[in-house]
Design a protein around this ligand. Sequence first.
Ligand code: KG4
Ligand code: ZN
Length: 346
Amino acid sequence: MKHILAVETSCDDTSVALLNSEGKVLSDVVFSQLKAHRPYGGVVPEIASREHLKNLPYVFEEAFEDAKLSIEEIGAVASTRGPGLLGSVLVGFSFAKTLAYCLNIPYYGINHIEAHITSPWIEERKLPFPSLVLIVSGGHSHLFLVKDFEKIFLIAATRDDAAGEAFDKIGKKLKIPYPQGPEVDKLARKGNPESFKFPQPKLKKSLDFSFSGLKTAFIHTLDKNNLFLKNFDEKNLPDWVYNIVSSFESSVVSHLIDRVEKAIEIFNPCSIALAGGVAANTLLRIKFKEVAEKRNLPFSIPPLKYCTDNASMVGFNAYLKLQKGTPSELDSDAFSNAEWERIGGV
Ligand code: KG4
Ligand code: ZN
Protein backbone atom coordinates (compact mmCIF):
# COMPACT_ATOMS: atom_id res chain seq x y z
CA MET A 1 0.00 0.00 0.00
CA LYS A 2 1.29 3.45 -0.88
CA HIS A 3 1.88 6.56 1.21
CA ILE A 4 0.02 9.90 1.52
CA LEU A 5 1.70 13.24 0.82
CA ALA A 6 0.04 16.24 2.50
CA VAL A 7 0.56 19.98 1.98
CA GLU A 8 -0.65 22.82 4.24
CA THR A 9 -0.29 26.49 3.25
CA SER A 10 -3.51 28.10 4.54
CA CYS A 11 -1.89 30.94 6.48
CA ASP A 12 1.75 31.60 7.42
CA ASP A 13 3.20 28.10 7.93
CA THR A 14 4.50 26.10 4.97
CA SER A 15 4.18 22.44 5.86
CA VAL A 16 4.55 19.07 4.11
CA ALA A 17 3.93 15.69 5.77
CA LEU A 18 4.21 12.07 4.72
CA LEU A 19 1.95 9.44 6.25
CA ASN A 20 1.85 5.70 5.70
CA SER A 21 -1.21 3.77 4.55
CA GLU A 22 -2.35 3.40 8.19
CA GLY A 23 -2.39 7.16 8.71
CA LYS A 24 0.81 7.12 10.79
CA VAL A 25 2.90 10.28 10.42
CA LEU A 26 6.38 9.49 9.02
CA SER A 27 7.58 13.06 8.62
CA ASP A 28 6.21 16.57 9.03
CA VAL A 29 8.28 19.61 8.13
CA VAL A 30 6.94 23.06 9.08
CA PHE A 31 8.64 26.23 7.89
CA SER A 32 7.42 29.23 9.89
CA GLN A 33 7.27 32.61 8.15
CA LEU A 34 7.64 34.38 11.47
CA LYS A 35 10.68 36.46 10.44
CA ALA A 36 9.04 37.71 7.23
CA HIS A 37 5.91 39.02 9.01
CA ARG A 38 7.43 40.21 12.30
CA PRO A 39 8.29 43.76 11.09
CA TYR A 40 4.58 44.30 10.30
CA GLY A 41 3.19 42.99 13.64
CA GLY A 42 0.96 40.39 11.95
CA VAL A 43 0.53 38.23 8.85
CA VAL A 44 0.67 40.17 5.55
CA PRO A 45 -1.32 38.03 3.04
CA GLU A 46 0.71 39.08 -0.02
CA ILE A 47 4.00 38.25 1.70
CA ALA A 48 2.58 34.95 2.99
CA SER A 49 1.77 33.64 -0.52
CA ARG A 50 5.16 34.67 -1.90
CA GLU A 51 6.93 32.99 1.03
CA HIS A 52 4.96 29.76 0.41
CA LEU A 53 6.02 29.85 -3.24
CA LYS A 54 9.65 30.27 -2.24
CA ASN A 55 9.76 27.72 0.59
CA LEU A 56 7.44 24.92 -0.48
CA PRO A 57 9.99 23.08 -2.74
CA TYR A 58 12.56 22.93 0.10
CA VAL A 59 10.00 21.84 2.69
CA PHE A 60 8.80 19.17 0.22
CA GLU A 61 12.34 17.79 -0.26
CA GLU A 62 13.07 17.75 3.45
CA ALA A 63 9.85 15.84 4.21
CA PHE A 64 10.97 13.07 1.80
CA GLU A 65 14.48 13.01 3.32
CA ASP A 66 13.08 12.74 6.88
CA ALA A 67 10.70 9.92 5.94
CA LYS A 68 13.35 8.19 3.78
CA LEU A 69 10.85 7.82 0.98
CA SER A 70 10.93 8.53 -2.75
CA ILE A 71 8.20 10.12 -4.84
CA GLU A 72 7.34 6.76 -6.48
CA GLU A 73 6.14 5.54 -3.08
CA ILE A 74 3.31 8.11 -2.94
CA GLY A 75 -0.20 6.81 -3.63
CA ALA A 76 -2.27 9.93 -2.89
CA VAL A 77 -1.77 13.68 -2.52
CA ALA A 78 -3.73 15.95 -0.17
CA SER A 79 -3.71 19.67 0.50
CA THR A 80 -5.74 22.29 2.30
CA ARG A 81 -8.45 23.62 -0.03
CA GLY A 82 -9.71 26.27 2.40
CA PRO A 83 -10.63 28.15 4.50
CA GLY A 84 -7.66 30.46 4.85
CA LEU A 85 -5.88 33.31 3.10
CA LEU A 86 -6.87 32.54 -0.47
CA GLY A 87 -3.50 33.49 -2.01
CA SER A 88 -1.72 31.22 0.48
CA VAL A 89 -4.18 28.33 0.05
CA LEU A 90 -3.76 28.50 -3.74
CA VAL A 91 0.00 27.90 -3.58
CA GLY A 92 -0.24 24.52 -1.79
CA PHE A 93 -3.49 23.63 -3.56
CA SER A 94 -2.04 24.15 -7.07
CA PHE A 95 1.22 22.43 -6.11
CA ALA A 96 -0.61 19.34 -4.78
CA LYS A 97 -3.10 19.07 -7.66
CA THR A 98 -0.32 19.40 -10.23
CA LEU A 99 1.65 16.68 -8.49
CA ALA A 100 -1.38 14.36 -8.38
CA TYR A 101 -2.02 15.01 -12.08
CA CYS A 102 1.61 14.34 -13.09
CA LEU A 103 1.83 11.17 -10.98
CA ASN A 104 -1.67 10.10 -12.03
CA ILE A 105 -2.74 9.44 -8.43
CA PRO A 106 -5.82 10.62 -6.46
CA TYR A 107 -5.99 14.13 -4.99
CA TYR A 108 -7.81 14.98 -1.74
CA GLY A 109 -8.80 18.64 -1.14
CA ILE A 110 -9.10 19.07 2.62
CA ASN A 111 -11.10 21.54 4.72
CA HIS A 112 -8.54 23.10 7.09
CA ILE A 113 -11.00 23.27 10.01
CA GLU A 114 -12.05 19.66 9.50
CA ALA A 115 -8.34 18.75 9.59
CA HIS A 116 -8.06 20.56 12.97
CA ILE A 117 -11.27 18.78 14.15
CA THR A 118 -9.93 15.29 13.37
CA SER A 119 -6.37 16.03 14.59
CA PRO A 120 -7.07 14.75 18.16
CA TRP A 121 -7.48 11.26 16.65
CA ILE A 122 -3.97 11.22 15.10
CA GLU A 123 -2.58 9.88 18.35
CA GLU A 124 -5.79 8.78 20.10
CA ARG A 125 -7.37 6.50 17.51
CA LYS A 126 -9.82 5.00 20.00
CA LEU A 127 -11.28 8.29 21.25
CA PRO A 128 -15.01 7.39 21.41
CA PHE A 129 -17.88 9.11 19.53
CA PRO A 130 -19.78 11.31 19.91
CA SER A 131 -16.95 13.63 20.83
CA LEU A 132 -17.18 17.29 21.78
CA VAL A 133 -14.32 19.13 20.02
CA LEU A 134 -13.24 22.67 20.88
CA ILE A 135 -11.36 24.35 18.01
CA VAL A 136 -9.55 27.50 19.03
CA SER A 137 -7.23 29.19 16.55
CA GLY A 138 -6.32 32.61 15.15
CA GLY A 139 -9.40 32.62 12.93
CA HIS A 140 -11.83 30.24 14.68
CA SER A 141 -13.44 29.51 18.03
CA HIS A 142 -15.91 26.71 17.45
CA LEU A 143 -17.48 23.85 19.36
CA PHE A 144 -18.32 20.79 17.29
CA LEU A 145 -20.14 17.59 18.05
CA VAL A 146 -18.38 14.84 16.10
CA LYS A 147 -20.84 11.94 15.86
CA ASP A 148 -18.41 10.19 13.54
CA PHE A 149 -15.85 11.43 11.01
CA GLU A 150 -18.60 12.09 8.46
CA LYS A 151 -21.16 13.60 10.82
CA ILE A 152 -19.67 16.78 12.20
CA PHE A 153 -22.08 19.39 13.62
CA LEU A 154 -21.42 22.94 14.75
CA ILE A 155 -22.88 23.70 18.17
CA ALA A 156 -21.25 27.07 18.98
CA ALA A 157 -19.16 29.74 17.27
CA THR A 158 -17.67 33.10 18.13
CA ARG A 159 -19.90 36.12 17.61
CA ASP A 160 -16.88 38.40 17.03
CA ASP A 161 -13.14 37.73 17.50
CA ALA A 162 -11.56 34.29 17.66
CA ALA A 163 -9.75 33.36 20.89
CA GLY A 164 -6.31 33.49 19.19
CA GLU A 165 -7.18 36.84 17.63
CA ALA A 166 -8.01 38.20 21.11
CA PHE A 167 -4.61 37.06 22.45
CA ASP A 168 -2.87 38.54 19.41
CA LYS A 169 -4.71 41.87 19.67
CA ILE A 170 -4.09 42.46 23.39
CA GLY A 171 -0.45 41.36 22.83
CA LYS A 172 -0.14 43.99 20.12
CA LYS A 173 -1.38 46.65 22.59
CA LEU A 174 1.62 45.76 24.75
CA LYS A 175 3.89 45.98 21.69
CA ILE A 176 4.65 42.25 21.87
CA PRO A 177 6.18 41.18 18.55
CA TYR A 178 4.22 38.81 16.29
CA PRO A 179 3.16 36.08 17.03
CA GLN A 180 1.69 37.43 20.26
CA GLY A 181 -0.25 34.33 21.51
CA PRO A 182 2.74 32.17 22.55
CA GLU A 183 4.43 35.20 24.19
CA VAL A 184 1.21 36.06 26.09
CA ASP A 185 1.24 32.46 27.37
CA LYS A 186 4.87 32.81 28.52
CA LEU A 187 4.24 36.12 30.34
CA ALA A 188 1.03 34.86 31.96
CA ARG A 189 2.96 32.08 33.72
CA LYS A 190 4.75 34.75 35.78
CA GLY A 191 1.67 36.83 36.65
CA ASN A 192 -1.16 36.78 39.18
CA PRO A 193 -4.50 36.01 37.43
CA GLU A 194 -6.42 37.67 40.29
CA SER A 195 -4.74 41.10 39.89
CA PHE A 196 -7.19 42.53 37.36
CA LYS A 197 -10.90 41.80 37.04
CA PHE A 198 -12.34 41.35 33.55
CA PRO A 199 -16.07 40.73 33.04
CA GLN A 200 -17.17 37.38 31.63
CA PRO A 201 -18.98 37.70 28.25
CA LYS A 202 -22.73 37.94 28.78
CA LEU A 203 -24.25 35.53 26.22
CA LYS A 204 -26.17 33.69 28.93
CA LYS A 205 -28.71 31.83 26.80
CA SER A 206 -26.26 30.78 24.10
CA LEU A 207 -23.23 28.52 23.90
CA ASP A 208 -21.59 31.00 21.50
CA PHE A 209 -18.33 32.73 22.34
CA SER A 210 -17.55 36.44 22.42
CA PHE A 211 -14.14 37.97 23.00
CA SER A 212 -14.45 41.56 21.79
CA GLY A 213 -15.89 42.81 25.14
CA LEU A 214 -12.97 41.27 27.01
CA LYS A 215 -10.53 42.86 24.58
CA THR A 216 -12.20 46.29 25.04
CA ALA A 217 -12.12 45.86 28.84
CA PHE A 218 -8.40 45.12 28.59
CA ILE A 219 -7.79 48.32 26.61
CA HIS A 220 -9.96 50.40 29.01
CA THR A 221 -8.01 49.01 31.98
CA LEU A 222 -4.74 50.07 30.37
CA ASP A 223 -6.09 53.55 29.63
CA LYS A 224 -7.81 54.05 33.01
CA ASN A 225 -4.67 53.14 34.93
CA ASN A 226 -2.36 54.94 32.53
CA LEU A 227 -0.48 51.71 31.86
CA PHE A 228 1.61 51.59 28.69
CA LEU A 229 4.93 50.34 27.41
CA LYS A 230 7.20 52.48 25.24
CA ASN A 231 8.59 49.29 23.77
CA PHE A 232 8.53 45.60 24.59
CA ASP A 233 11.74 44.64 26.35
CA GLU A 234 11.23 41.06 27.54
CA LYS A 235 14.09 41.29 30.07
CA ASN A 236 12.85 44.46 31.68
CA LEU A 237 9.09 44.38 32.14
CA PRO A 238 7.11 45.91 35.03
CA ASP A 239 5.03 43.48 37.16
CA TRP A 240 1.72 44.85 35.91
CA VAL A 241 2.43 43.40 32.43
CA TYR A 242 2.65 39.82 33.76
CA ASN A 243 -0.41 40.40 35.95
CA ILE A 244 -2.71 41.95 33.36
CA VAL A 245 -1.81 39.31 30.76
CA SER A 246 -2.35 36.53 33.28
CA SER A 247 -5.76 37.99 34.30
CA PHE A 248 -6.80 38.30 30.65
CA GLU A 249 -5.71 34.75 29.84
CA SER A 250 -7.61 33.47 32.86
CA SER A 251 -10.84 35.22 31.68
CA VAL A 252 -10.51 33.85 28.13
CA VAL A 253 -9.90 30.33 29.39
CA SER A 254 -12.82 30.56 31.91
CA HIS A 255 -15.13 31.59 29.05
CA LEU A 256 -13.98 28.68 26.87
CA ILE A 257 -14.25 26.15 29.71
CA ASP A 258 -17.69 27.46 30.73
CA ARG A 259 -18.95 26.71 27.18
CA VAL A 260 -17.37 23.26 27.17
CA GLU A 261 -18.98 22.36 30.52
CA LYS A 262 -22.41 23.61 29.42
CA ALA A 263 -22.13 21.71 26.11
CA ILE A 264 -21.21 18.51 27.97
CA GLU A 265 -24.39 18.85 30.03
CA ILE A 266 -26.56 19.42 26.94
CA PHE A 267 -25.01 16.94 24.49
CA ASN A 268 -23.66 14.27 26.85
CA PRO A 269 -20.62 13.34 24.68
CA CYS A 270 -18.56 10.16 25.22
CA SER A 271 -15.27 12.09 24.95
CA ILE A 272 -13.88 15.61 24.62
CA ALA A 273 -10.99 16.97 22.52
CA LEU A 274 -9.07 20.19 21.99
CA ALA A 275 -7.52 21.47 18.74
CA GLY A 276 -6.21 24.55 16.90
CA GLY A 277 -3.31 26.91 17.63
CA VAL A 278 -4.68 28.20 20.96
CA ALA A 279 -4.83 24.56 22.16
CA ALA A 280 -1.08 25.14 22.72
CA ASN A 281 -2.00 27.49 25.60
CA THR A 282 -0.70 26.16 28.93
CA LEU A 283 -3.67 27.20 31.12
CA LEU A 284 -6.27 25.98 28.62
CA ARG A 285 -4.59 22.54 28.42
CA ILE A 286 -4.59 22.26 32.24
CA LYS A 287 -8.24 23.35 32.63
CA PHE A 288 -9.49 21.21 29.72
CA LYS A 289 -7.84 18.12 31.24
CA GLU A 290 -9.44 18.94 34.62
CA VAL A 291 -12.90 19.05 33.01
CA ALA A 292 -12.38 15.61 31.46
CA GLU A 293 -10.94 14.05 34.60
CA LYS A 294 -13.65 15.51 36.84
CA ARG A 295 -16.28 13.78 34.69
CA ASN A 296 -14.28 10.65 33.93
CA LEU A 297 -14.48 11.40 30.21
CA PRO A 298 -11.89 10.05 27.75
CA PHE A 299 -10.11 13.04 26.19
CA SER A 300 -7.48 14.07 23.66
CA ILE A 301 -5.24 17.11 23.89
CA PRO A 302 -2.85 16.72 20.93
CA PRO A 303 0.88 17.48 21.26
CA LEU A 304 1.75 21.08 20.36
CA LYS A 305 3.00 20.12 16.87
CA TYR A 306 -0.55 18.98 15.95
CA CYS A 307 -2.24 22.05 17.51
CA THR A 308 -0.72 24.84 15.41
CA ASP A 309 -1.02 24.57 11.62
CA ASN A 310 0.65 21.42 10.26
CA ALA A 311 0.37 19.12 7.26
CA SER A 312 0.04 15.95 9.40
CA MET A 313 -3.55 16.85 10.29
CA VAL A 314 -4.30 17.44 6.58
CA GLY A 315 -2.77 14.05 5.69
CA PHE A 316 -4.66 12.34 8.51
CA ASN A 317 -7.99 13.81 7.35
CA ALA A 318 -7.16 12.61 3.82
CA TYR A 319 -6.39 9.16 5.26
CA LEU A 320 -9.91 9.07 6.78
CA LYS A 321 -11.41 10.07 3.40
CA LEU A 322 -9.24 7.53 1.60
CA GLN A 323 -10.98 4.74 3.54
CA LYS A 324 -14.17 5.79 1.74
CA GLY A 325 -12.38 6.05 -1.62
CA THR A 326 -13.84 9.43 -2.61
CA PRO A 327 -11.06 11.66 -4.01
CA SER A 328 -11.67 15.27 -5.06
CA GLU A 329 -12.00 16.36 -8.67
CA LEU A 330 -8.86 17.99 -10.05
CA ASP A 331 -10.96 20.91 -11.30
CA SER A 332 -12.30 21.63 -7.78
CA ASP A 333 -11.76 25.19 -6.57
CA ALA A 334 -10.22 26.61 -3.40
CA PHE A 335 -12.48 28.38 -0.86
CA SER A 336 -11.97 31.05 1.79
CA ASN A 337 -14.94 30.29 4.08
CA ALA A 338 -16.59 27.09 5.31
CA GLU A 339 -20.24 26.50 6.24
CA TRP A 340 -21.29 23.99 8.92
CA GLU A 341 -24.60 22.39 9.73
CA ARG A 342 -25.58 23.74 13.14
CA ILE A 343 -27.46 21.75 15.78
CA GLY A 344 -28.65 22.47 19.30
CA GLY A 345 -30.36 25.78 18.60
CA VAL A 346 -28.69 27.59 21.52
O1 KG4 B 1 -4.31 27.12 14.22
P1 KG4 B 1 -3.29 28.21 14.08
O2 KG4 B 1 -1.83 27.79 14.04
O3 KG4 B 1 -3.56 29.08 12.81
C1 KG4 B 1 -4.86 29.42 12.42
O4 KG4 B 1 -5.47 28.61 11.66
O5 KG4 B 1 -5.33 30.47 12.92
O6 KG4 B 1 -3.51 29.24 15.30
C2 KG4 B 1 -2.74 30.40 15.47
C3 KG4 B 1 -3.26 31.15 16.68
C4 KG4 B 1 -2.64 32.55 16.81
O7 KG4 B 1 -3.67 33.46 17.12
C5 KG4 B 1 -1.65 32.38 17.96
O8 KG4 B 1 -1.40 33.59 18.64
C6 KG4 B 1 -2.39 31.39 18.82
O9 KG4 B 1 -2.93 30.46 17.90
N1 KG4 B 1 -1.50 30.68 19.77
C7 KG4 B 1 -1.61 30.78 21.11
C8 KG4 B 1 -0.57 29.99 21.64
N2 KG4 B 1 0.12 29.42 20.60
C9 KG4 B 1 -0.47 29.86 19.46
N3 KG4 B 1 -2.48 31.46 21.88
C10 KG4 B 1 -2.33 31.35 23.21
N4 KG4 B 1 -1.36 30.60 23.81
C11 KG4 B 1 -0.48 29.91 23.06
N5 KG4 B 1 0.47 29.16 23.64
ZN1 ZN C 1 -5.38 26.48 11.69
